[in-house]
Design a protein around this ligand. Structure first.
Ligand SMILES: Nc1ncnc2c1ncn2[C@@H]1O[C@H](COP(=O)(O)OP(=O)(O)OP(=O)(O)O)[C@@H](O)[C@H]1O
Ligand SMILES: [Mg+2]
Length: 351
């Protein structure tokens, strides 16, 4: 393992993303010091930027994006249409050249070192991940050999993946004759053929029906348990909520929020509880409950602001039969909309 110079390490430790391209000496990614660092930093991205030409003027599609992913971590990379997700993913995958910034995959720069691709599996947006005239087994073997696997190893991996993804019965059917869900599962299988460390999945459940989408979700959660690092873009925020450890939101090319999924949901959730009882409350009962700070939302729904009030209320409600107790809980869709609509009010904005 190459040893980093003192300058590399300083750059790495005190990285200032706004500074990164102002000093020509820090344009190169740092060399990792230890094997452990290589293992933990499956993906590291700093200051990634890209502009396209739009009607003669530069359009900043991606602006100063920084990301880190460790093994077993799923990062939900969220953003509205045109926010810059696919462009970022393509730069990470070495398919689009960044104007500024750098990418390292397990210590290798995909724009300079082919070794990076050994650790990378990609499912791009849309349906151009597979050869449509090939069968699933041919696709798996072709892409596996392209990644440098030996014929026997690639064949064994292919059979294992087909079994695992429930595609063995279709192993010799041309891809164009498979259902959309099967094609998408195969695209993920192809991305896994060489057992990479990092998966980039750009809208893997797009256009799938509920069941196919659920199947993909289950497969992805298995991969996470096995230690794959996944960068996932999706507009299905229930999928993102269920699978991700961390949420990164990109808006007009810039990252505006980065937080653990659980924390961000808690941050946007209320602290109150709603209790539903079986029968309508009488006016005397309503007065008692209101005196405790409860809000009677309907004759059967009682809302209380905090946990202490909730326990006091339970005492008073005895022995009324309770049908349901619910904590006020946001979901990722509400969180996403609040952040992207009113992003200037959010404390986690990084710029
Ligand atoms: N090859 C290109 N040439 C010109 N402009 C491009 C190109 N690729 C992307 N863009 C522009 O860059 C911006 C970001 O696009 P990108 O595809 O990265 O968004 P996205 O977040 O993936 O959106 P979606 O959710 O719709 O997939 C958009 O304004 C898009 O029009
Ligand atoms: Mg996209």
């Amino acid at each position: 393992m190459p040893i980093a110079t003192k300058q590399d390490l300083n750059v790495f430790e005190s990285i200032d993303k706004h500074d990164i391209w102002q000093k020509s000496s820090v344009l190169q990614p740092p060399r990792y010091r230890t094997e452990e660092e290589v293992i933990m930093k499956v993906l590291e991205v700093r200051g990634l930027s890209k502009s396209f030409n739009y009607r003669g003027k530069p359009l900043r599609a991606v602006d100063d994006v920084c990301l880190n992913i460790a093994p077993g971590e799923v990062v939900a990379f969220l953003g509205s249409n045109g926010a810059g997700k696919t462009t970022t993913i393509k730069m990470i995958a070495g398919l689009v050249k960044p104007d500024k910034g750098w990418v390292q995959i397990a210590g290798f720069n995909p724009h300079q070192n082919q070794q990076a691709f050994k650790e990378l599996g990609v499912v791009l947006e849309g349906n151009r991940n597979l050869y449509w005239n090939f069968t699933p087994i041919q696709n798996l073997e072709y892409f596996g050999m392209l990644k440098g696997l030996k014929r026997r190893a690639v064949h064994n991996n292919a059979i294992e993946l087909l079994e695992r993804f429930d595609l063995l019965a279709k192993a010799r059917t041309q891809v164009q004759h498979l259902s959309r869900g099967m094609q998408q599962k195969l695209a993920i299988a192809v991305a896994l053929i060489h057992q990479p460390k990092l998966l980039l999945l750009d809208e893997p459940t797009l256009g799938l029906d509920v069941e196919a989408s659920e199947n993909i979700k289950i497969l992805l959660s298995e991969l996470v348990r096995e230690g794959y690092a996944i960068l996932l873009t999706t507009h299905q925020l229930d999928v993102a909520e269920e699978l991700s450890n961390r949420v990164v939101i990109i808006h007009q090319g810039r990252i505006i929020t980065e937080q653990p999924t659980y924390e961000i949901i808690q941050q946007f959730s209320g602290s109150g509880y709603t209790i539903k009882i079986e029968r309508a409350l009488e006016s005397g009962e309503i007065r008692v409950l209101e005196a405790l700070g409860a809000v009677i939302r309907s004759n059967q729904d009682i809302y209380i602001e905090d946990l202490e009030g909730f326990y006091n209320l339970l005492e008073k409600l005895k022995p009324l039969p309770i049908i349901k107790v619910e904590k006020e809980q946001a979901d990722l869709t509400q969180v996403f909309l609040k952040i992207t609509r009113g992003k200037r009010d959010v404390s986690t904005i990084s710029n």
